[in-house]
Write a protein that binds this ligand. Structure first.
Ligand code: SIN
Length: 290
């Protein structure tokens, strides 16, 4: 594990995830940011507590990681289109992101990173799970790695995900039945591409490590019959999110997480019926996976 002079980095699990202390994200100097970025690449997802950030300060922090990525069919906040406000109201039965996924995998250039900032949290519940896709790849047998080499996946977003509709709260009429506020943010993607082909095993552009690149957006394996692809995908999905490859983060108001979508999956837990949760999410533009 690397040592960091300006920040305190404490892993929260064996597989991935670390809390970073001694940092005020609203007044960050370049050297402290470089150390945060290095800790993020090492731990895949990093967490901060007790941050007080205006939307402008969250956007400024996000821009240190790269250009803002705008969601093709979810509308950002009126005053701050860079921020997608994720809300679950007391009466909602569904939450945004409640299946394992990696952000915007349906996009030809999926988001590199996601920054999620907690504004309102339930007393208990509403944690987020993360899984390490480097470990998921490393743990496969050599013959399996050999078989997966060069395979491409087809990944869809929006209303095209009908075959797995129960899992994501999708209906023929809209994705977020059971959560009116999120349903209202869905807009027509227009010409934006919401179906993309990606390598099943991708190489992280910064660390050079191989990661399994799969999530609930992944529908088929190119060139395979559906009956052949389904059991392989089901095996890989179950394998990838086994507890040994995961960590779990308990949110408080003022907590902020940054995760690397190129080597992780995440899942929001829907275990706080009758309670409200409100988060501010920003995604950072990424490159085409290779
Ligand atoms: C997401 O999937 O981006 C949201 C995760 C969460 O709300 O915990």
């Amino acid at each position: 594990m690397a040592s960091y002079r300006r920040i305190e980095v404490k892993p929260i699990a064996g597989a991935l995830g670390a809390e970073i202390a001694n940092v005020d994200l609203s007044t960050l100097d370049d050297e402290t940011f470089r150390q945060i970025e290095a800790a993020w690449l090492e731990h895949l997802v990093v967490f901060f507590r007790n941050q007080t950030l205006t939307p402008e300060q969250q956007i400024a922090f996000a821009k240190r990681f790269g250009e803002i990525h705008y969601h093709p069919f979810m509308k950002g906040m009126d005053e701050h289109p860079e921020i997608l406000e994720i809300i679950k109201e007391e009466g909602d039965t569904r939450v945004f992101g409640e299946v394992w996924h990696t952000d915007q995998m349906f996009n030809p250039k999926p988001a590199k990173a996601t920054i999620l900032y907690a504004k309102e949290t339930p007393d208990a519940g509403g944690d987020t799970l993360f899984a390490n896709m480097y470990l998921a790849y490393d743990a496969l047998s050599d013959p399996m790695k050999e078989m997966l080499k060069g395979i491409k996946t087809s990944n869809v977003g929006d209303r095209k995900i009908l075959s797995r509709s129960d899992e994501i709260g999708s209906t023929k009429d809209g994705r977020y039945a059971g959560n009116e506020k999120m349903a209202a943010k869905v807009r027509d993607p227009g010409d934006v591409q919401t179906e993309s082909t990606h390598p099943l095993v991708r190489t992280h552009p910064e660390t050079g490590r191989k990661a399994l690149y799969i999530s609930n957006h992944t529908q088929t394996l190119e060139g395979f019959r559906r009956a052949e692809a389904r059991p392989i995908l089901d095996f890989l999905m179950t394998h990838a999110v086994q507890p040994e490859f995961t960590c779990r983060f308990r949110w408080e108001v003022g907590s902020l997480a940054i995760w690397d979508n190129r080597c992780t999956q995440h899942r929001a837990l829907n275990d706080y019926p009758g309670k409200r949760r409100r988060m501010h999410r920003i995604t950072i533009a990424g490159d085409a996976p290779f």
